[in-house]
Design a protein around this ligand. Structure first.
Ligand code: TMP
Length: 208
C-alpha cells in the first residue's frame, strides 16, 4: 500500500467535521493526493446500508444485525474505494472506521470483542489505519452540541450511558496502542485542538 490511511473517531458532537477539514487542509498544504470518505457509507451501496442503520424507525434492530451491516458496508467500501485508492498512492481520510465498531457495537452494545476481531480479519485481512485521531469529549457536552443539529438519528437517540461506554472503549483502544492513535481533548478551544492535530500529523510523517 503506497497511500496512507487516516481515520477520525469520537462520540457524537465531538467536532469531527471541523477537524476533518483541518486534516484536509494539512494534506492540501503538502500537495498530498487524498480522498475523503466516511463510514458507514462511502459507496452507493454503503450509503443505503447507512440509511438502514441510522433510521430511527428501525427500533428492533438486533445488535448482531447492526454489527454485520457495519461490516457489510465496510467490505464494499474497502473493495470499491479504499483499497484501490491506497494502491494508487492516494491517501484516504475516513470519517470513522473499525474503531467505531469496537467502541459502539463492542463497548456500547456489549457484543463480544473477539467476534468483532474475527469479522475485522475476514473483511480487512491485515489492513488497518496508519493514523487514527480520537476526539475525546464528555458525552454530556457532546450530546448537547449534537442536539442543536436537528433531529436525532438511531444512535444519537441512545441514552447517555451508552456514549459513556463508547467513550471508554475509544480511550482503552487508544491507550493500548499509542503509536497509531492520537487522542485529543475535544473540549479544548478549537485552535488548541487543531494545533495538537497538526503536531501529531507532523510527527506521523516524520516532520515533528
Ligand atoms: P456519523 O453520523 O458520525 O458519521 O456516524 C454514524 C453513526 O454510526 C454514529 O452514531 C456511530 C455509528 N457507527 C457505529 O456504531 N459503528 C461503526 O462501525 C461506525 C462506522 C459507525
Amino acid at each position: 500500500m503506497k497511500g496512507k490511511f487516516i481515520t477520525v473517531e469520537g462520540t457524537e458532537g465531538v467536532g469531527k467535521t471541523t477537524n476533518i477539514q483541518c486534516i484536509a487542509q494539512w494534506l492540501d498544504e503538502r500537495g498530498i493526493a487524498y480522498i475523503a470518505t466516511r463510514e458507514p457509507g462511502g459507496t452507493a451501496l454503503g450509503e443505503k446500508i447507512r440509511d438502514l442503520l441510522l433510521d430511527k424507525d428501525n427500533t428492533g434492530m438486533a445488535a448482531s444485525a447492526e454489527l454485520l451491516l457495519m461490516f457489510a458496508a465496510r467490505a464494499q467500501h474497502l473493495e470499491e474505494k479504499i483499497i484501490p485508492a491506497l494502491e494508487a498512492g492516494t491517501w484516504v481520510l475516513c470519517d470513522r472506521f473499525t474503531d467505531a465498531t469496537y467502541a459502539y457495537q463492542g463497548f456500547g452494545r456489549g457484543l463480544n470483542l473477539e467476534h468483532i476481531e474475527r469479522l475485522e480479519t475476514l473483511v480487512q485481512g491485515d489492513l488497518h489505519p496508519d493514523f487514527t485521531l480520537i476526539l475525546d469529549i464528555d458525552p454530556e457536552l457532546g450530546m448537547s452540541r449534537a442536539r442543536t443539529r436537528g433531529e436525532l438519528d438511531r444512535f444519537e437517540s441512545e441514552a447517555i450511558e451508552f456514549f459513556h461506554r463508547v467513550r471508554a472503549g475509544y480511550r482503552e483502544r487508544a491507550s493500548d496502542n499509542p503509536s497509531r492513535y492520537c487522542r485529543v481533548d475535544a473540549a479544548a478551544p478549537l485552535a488548541v485542538v487543531q494545533q495538537h492535530i497538526v503536531a501529531a500529523l507532523n510527527t506521523f510523517v516524520g516532520e515533528g
